[in-house]
Design a protein around this ligand. Sequence first.
Ligand code: ASP
Ligand code: MG
Length: 418
Amino acid sequence: MGIIVQKFGGTSVADPEKIHNVAKAVIKEKENGNSVVVVVSAMGHTTDYLIKLAKEVTETPNSREMDMLLSTGEQVSIALLSMAIQSHGHKAISMNGQQVGIITECIHSKARIVDIKTEKLKKYLDAGNIIVVAGFQGVTPEGEITTLGRGGSDTSAVAIAAALNADRCDIYTDVEGVYATDPRIVPNVKKADTISYEEMLELARVGANVLHPRSVETAKQFNVPLRVRSSFNLDNLGTLIIGVNDMEIYKPVAGVAADTSQVRILLSNLPDIPGTAAKLFGALAKNNISVDMIIQSLAIQGKNSIAFTVDSEELDSALNILNNEKDIIQSGEILIDRDIAKVSIVGAGMVDRPGIAADMFRSLADKHINIKMISTSEIKISCLVEKENAKEAIKALCKEFDLESAEVASVKGDLPNV
Ligand code: ASP
Ligand code: MG
């Protein structure tokens, strides 16, 4: 008998009938002889709705109050799921982040978990309860409610699994596992039976929205076996994310992803003197704005330019900060490009294998897709392209790197905005 942590996302608990289905999946795991902690997100599109509501009240909602508001979504679903489990004759108790003791740093809207208290969880498990925990939220040591960033319930689940030394963390979602790319774009894309933490982490970071990147980071750090599986097909074991993936390593590319949520900021005519980049990026960092791809041009006549990408939601704050750095920007211009998508290939098998980047660039060129920026890491190559080219780029790259299968995957849900 072990401890299993299960996580169900918003679509899995979108209405009372679905909540009962989740209750059955949870009870099945309990009846297998396991202790079960289940983490849930807010029902359906509740979080989006709450954000919209706040924006209708004010254009610039206070971040503390935003966390007070958004954390209510998960509190609704835990209570309902706990009731549903009880109605099937099992002992259950719901707990919010504060009640569990999910301690976070004090950064509203994207707090990181620093500690999870396990006393109460263990006490309730020992008494035979199924525990239903609110994902996405925590509390600071001072008692302030925080949230972990959009999609953060995955991270709540993995962190709880790590704290309890659970046997496994199962993330239930509306797809059958981890695919080499989004099956809604390439319907016959291959599903992975296993994938390494490193590959999954890069894929999650570059926009494969199956898992919150920080959940994979936490799983890797604490060696939590992580399974992504379908909440609509409980017999399918999905994809297991583990330490080493010897099976796929001979294949250079494990996955292709696109991220359309970024914008590019170009600063031209910057002084080519030490400290320019340090000051600009230091100011952004101080305000918690993460920067992704960066390129700096060669200096001509004492001037150069820097282009970088940020999340489009952070564009306004980034521009405010940059406008305060007049001493650096001087007479230079700030140009914004919103029409971009970052298309990436990821694979542990590309280490020390020459030619993968050239194959990627050639396959984009064959489709007449222009590359605006390039960045690489050991196991990832990303190209910035026009947003309207993103889908075609994904299809071309899946073909190029042999990520399609003869078997046609089922396609569920709406096409993402790429
Ligand atoms: N409800 C939150 C969101 O929509 C957290 C989550 O679903 O993981 O982002
Ligand atoms: Mg999610």
